[in-house]
Write a new protein. Structure first.
Lengths: 405, 281
C-alpha cells in the first residue's frame, strides 16, 4: 500500500476521500448542502460555537467519560491490556449524542426551526429527540416499520421526548428506507428544516461534520492514555455500521504510524452466505453510489441495493461512511468482521467479567478484541470503543438465547 | 450551438417541429418493465400514437430518493418482475425498430449506471437509440461522472432545475446541460403537490433568460387541464406519477394486469395530449 504523508487531510473541497464521498443529491438539495457546508466552516472558526458545544458535552452529556482498564477481561484473555472507552456512560447511553449536540447547534446557527432524522435501532433517533427537547425544536424521526416493531422501547423513548416518529413503509422498511424518506422530507421542506444525519455518511459535508463531532472520542483517549500509561495506545478497535464511533476514535490517531486500527463489520450469519446474510459493506460489498456518497455498498450485479442482515439493528445498513472506504483502500485501517454468534458470545462475556452490558453493536468490536488479545504481549495497549450500552438489546438477546422474558 | 452534434439529434428535431406547429409538447414518463415486460412494452409502443411527443423511460432503482409513492412502487414492481439496465436498453432498442423519431430520455439514479460501467452504458444506450439521460442524483458538482462523458458520446444530459436553484447557481446548472431543461416546479418529490401557474410562469421566464434550450415543466401535473396550463407557458409538460398511477389502478390484488389496462393508460395519455394540443388554440 502507498504510504501517505498524512491520512487526516481529507476530504478535498468537493468532499472526496480518494474516489469516495462526493455530493450525489438532487438539485433541490444542492443549494442547501452548500449552505450547510459554509455554515459549518464558519461555526468551527467561531470560539462561541466551540464554547457552547464543549459546555454541553461536559454538563449535559457528561464528558469526558472514562478510559477504563478492563482488568478481569484482560486476565481472562491473557494477552493485551484492554481498555474500554466508555461512550455507553454518556447521557442517552451511546456515542450518538456527541454528534447531535454539534448538529443542533449548527441548525440553530443557520436559523432552521425544524429537525428531521433517520434511525435504525433507535439510538440516533433518541439522541436527536433528546437534543430537540433540550433546545425546544420540533422533531420528526423517520424509522422503518420493521425497526419500529423490533425496537419498541426506543420508539416510546422518542415519543416521551416529544418527537414525532413516522413509520416508513416504503422499500424494505428499515434504516436505508428511513434515510430515503428523511431525504424526501428534506427536499420538500428545504427552507426551514435541518437534517441531523446520524452516521459518518451522506453527502458532503456530512461525513466530515459527523467525524469532527465524534472525534472527541479519540481526542479524549489520547489524553487519557497519556495520563494512564504515559504513551499512545498500540491498537484501537471499534464496530462499524456507518462508522461514526469508529471514525471518531480513529481519526485523531491516523497519523500515528505505531497505532494499529481495526474496524469491525457485522458478518451476520456469515459473509460467505451472501449479501442478504450480513451487513459487511467493505468485506462483502463493492463501491457504488447511495444516499449522497460513493462508498462500499451491498448491491446486486445490476446496482440495486440489498438489505443487509445483522443481529444488531444499528449495524444493519447496506453502506459505510466514505472515509472508511478510503482508509480501507489505502490500507491505513483494517476492516475485520464478527458474526451474530461472535457478538452474542462477546456480549455475555462482557456482562459476566466486567459487569457491563454492552450494546450489540459494541459487542462486535469486543468480539474482535477477544480474537486478538490472547495472541498479543501483555504490554500491548488495546482500546475498544464501547460505543453504547446494551439495555435496549436484552429482549433480542434473550430471544436468541431461547429465554422467555 | 451549430457545432453541437446533439443539436441535430431527435430531441432538437422534435422541439423544432413543435415550435413550427406552434404548440408545446407532451412528455410522458413510464417506468421500464412496470408492471411486467410485456405490458410495459405495449404501453411504450403505444405512447407516440396516443400523443406523447417525447418519452421519459424510468430506469428502476431500489432507492428512488426523489420520487413519491407512485413511482417508488412502480420501480419495485418492475424490479420484482426482473427488470435490469440491460433489459431497459433492449426495451428501447425494440421501440426504435418501429419508431425512428420519438426521443427517448432515460430517467433514473446513478448507481445502476455506475454498476453497469459508464462507458459501456453510454455506448450501449446510444446504440439502442437513447437520446438523453436524466439522472436525479448527479448535480453539476458531479459532472465528471456521467454528464461530460455522455455529451462526448452524443447522448444529451438533461438537467433538473428547481425552485431552490437561485440566480447565482443557474449558470452552474446550465453549463453542461443539453437537449432541454427540466424545471421541477415544486421543492419536493414526484407526484405530490402542484405548483401555482403564476409561480411556473415566473420560473420559466427566469430560465429563458439563462438558456436557449427548450424548457419542460414537471412534478405535480396530474390532469389534462393542468397539462394544458403548463403547455401555455412552457415548451413541454411532463406527466409521470399520474400515468404510473393509472397503470397501477389496472392491477388486481395479486399484481396481475386486468384486461384493458394498456388501453386505459393510453386513453389517459390521449386526454393529456389533447389538453396540451388545445392549450394555445
Amino acid at each position: 500500500m502507498t504510504k501517505l504523508n498524512t491520512y487526516r487531510s481529507g476530504p478535498d473541497e468537493r468532499g472526496h476521500f480518494g474516489i469516495y464521498g462526493g455530493r450525489f443529491v438532487a438539485e433541490t438539495l444542492m443549494p442547501l448542502i452548500l449552505e450547510v457546508e459554509k455554515a459549518y466552516r464558519e461555526a468551527r472558526a467561531d470560539p462561541a460555537f466551540e464554547g457552547e458545544m464543549r459546555q454541553q458535552l461536559k454538563q449535559y452529556v457528561g464528558r469526558p467519560n472514562p478510559l477504563y482498564y478492563a482488568e478481569r477481561l484482560t486476565e481472562h484473555l491473557g494477552g493485551a491490556k484492554i481498555y474500554f472507552k466508555r461512550e455507553e456512560l454518556n447521557h442517552t447511553g451511546a456515542h450518538k449524542i456527541n454528534n447531535c449536540i454539534g448538529q443542533i447547534l449548527l441548525a440553530r446557527r443557520m436559523g432552521k426551526t425544524r429537525i428531521i432524522a433517520e434511525t435504525g435501532a433507535g439510538q440516533h433517533g433518541v439522541a436527536t429527540a433528546t437534543v430537540c427537547a433540550l433546545y425546544n425544536m420540533p422533531c420528526v424521526i423517520y424509522m422503518g416499520e420493521t425497526d419500529i416493531a423490533r425496537q419498541a422501547p426506543n420508539v416510546f423513548r422518542m415519543k416521551l421526548l416529544g418527537a414525532e416518529v413516522r413509520a416508513v413503509t416504503s422499500g424494505a422498511k428499515t434504516l436505508k428506507d428511513a434515510m430515503n424518506e428523511a431525504l424526501r422530507d428534506w427536499v420538500t421542506n428545504v427552507a426551514d428544516t435541518f437534517y441531523i444525519i446520524g452516521t459518518a455518511a451522506g453527502p458532503h459535508p456530512y461525513p466530515t461534520i459527523v467525524r469532527d463531532f465524534q472525534s472527541v472520542i479519540g481526542d479524549e483517549v489520547r489524553t487519557q492514555m497519556q495520563e494512564l500509561e504515559g504513551r499512545l495506545p498500540d491498537s484501537l478497535v471499534a464496530c462499524v455500521g456507518g462508522g461514526s464511533n469508529a471514525i471518531g476514535l480513529f481519526h485523531p490517531f491516523l497519523d500515528e504510524p505505531t497505532v494499529q486500527m481495526i474496524g469491525v463489520e457485522a458478518a451476520g450469519r456469515g459473509i460467505e452466505k451472501g449479501p442478504l446474510d450480513h451487513a459487511a459493506s467493505i468485506n462483502g460489498g463493492r463501491p457504488g453510489v447511495l444516499h449522497g456518497n460513493r462508498t462500499y455498498l451491498l448491491q446486486d450485479e445490476d446496482g440495486q441495493i440489498l438489505e443487509g442482515h445483522s443481529i444488531s439493528a444499528g449495524l444493519d445498513y447496506p453502506g459505510i461512511g466514505p472515509e472508511h472506504s478510503w482508509l480501507h483502500d489505502v490500507g491505513r485501517v483494517e476492516y475485520a468482521s464478527a458474526t451474530d454468534q461472535d457478538a452474542l458470545d462477546a456480549f455475555q462475556l462482557c456482562a459476566r467479567t466486567e459487569g457491563i452490558i454492552p450494546a450489540l453493536e459494541s459487542a462486535h468490536g469486543l468480539a474482535e478484541v477477544i480474537k486478538r488479545a490472547p495472541k498479543l504481549p501483555k504490554d500491548h495497549l488495546m482500546v475498544l470503543c464501547l460505543s453504547g450500552r446494551g439495555d435496549k438489546d436484552i429482549f433480542s438477546v434473550a430471544k436468541h438465547l431461547g429465554v422467555e422474558l | 450551438m451549430s457545432a453541437d452534434p446533439l443539436s441535430s439529434g431527435r430531441i432538437a428535431r422534435r422541439f423544432a417541429a413543435l415550435k413550427a406547429e406552434g404548440r408545446a409538447g407532451l412528455i410522458t414518463f413510464v417506468t421500464a418493465g412496470d408492471p411486467d415486460p410485456a405490458t410495459s412494452r405495449a404501453v411504450l409502443h403505444g405512447l407516440p400514437a396516443a400523443g406523447a411527443d417525447l418519452i421519459e423511460l424510468g430506469m428502476p432503482f431500489t432507492d428512488p430518493m426523489a420520487d413519491g409513492p407512485a413511482i417508488q412502487a412502480s420501480s419495485l414492481r418492475a424490479l420484482h418482475a426482473g427488470m435490469t439496465v440491460r433489459k431497459t436498453l433492449e426495451l428501447v432498442r425494440g421501440f426504435r425498430e418501429g419508431d425512428a423519431d420519438t426521443p427517448i430520455i432515460l430517467m433514473g439514479y446513478y448507481n445502476p449506471i455506475y454498476a453497469y460501467g459508464v462507458d459501456r452504458f453510454l455506448a450501449d444506450a446510444r446504440d439502442a437509440g437513447v437520446d438523453g439521460l436524466i439522472v436525479v442524483d448527479l448535480p453539476p458538482e458531479e459532472d465528471e461522472e456521467l454528464c461530460i462523458p455522455a455529451v462526448k458520446a452524443g447522448v444529451s444530459f438533461v438537467r433538473l432545475t428547481t425552485p431552490t436553484t437561485d440566480e447565482t447557481r443557474m449558470p452552474v446548472v446550465m453549463k453542461n446541460t443539453s437537449g432541454f431543461v427540466y424545471y421541477v416546479s415544486i421543492a419536493g418529490i414526484t407526484g405530490t403537490a402542484s405548483a401555482a401557474n403564476t409561480a411556473i410562469d415566473a420560473a420559466v421566464e427566469r430560465l429563458k433568460r439563462h438558456t436557449d434550450l427548450p424548457v419542460a415543466v414537471g412534478f405535480g401535473i396530474k390532469t389534462p387541464a393542468q397539462a394544458a396550463d403548463v403547455a401555455r407557458i412552457a415548451d413541454a409538460a411532463v406527466v409521470g406519477s399520474a400515468i404510473v398511477t393509472r397503470l397501477a389502478d389496472g392491477l388486481d390484488g395479486s399484481g396481475t394486469v386486468r384486461p384493458g389496462t394498456v388501453e386505459d393508460v393510453l386513453g389517459f395519455v390521449r386526454e393529456l395530449a389533447e389538453g396540451v394540443r388545445a392549450a394555445r388554440g
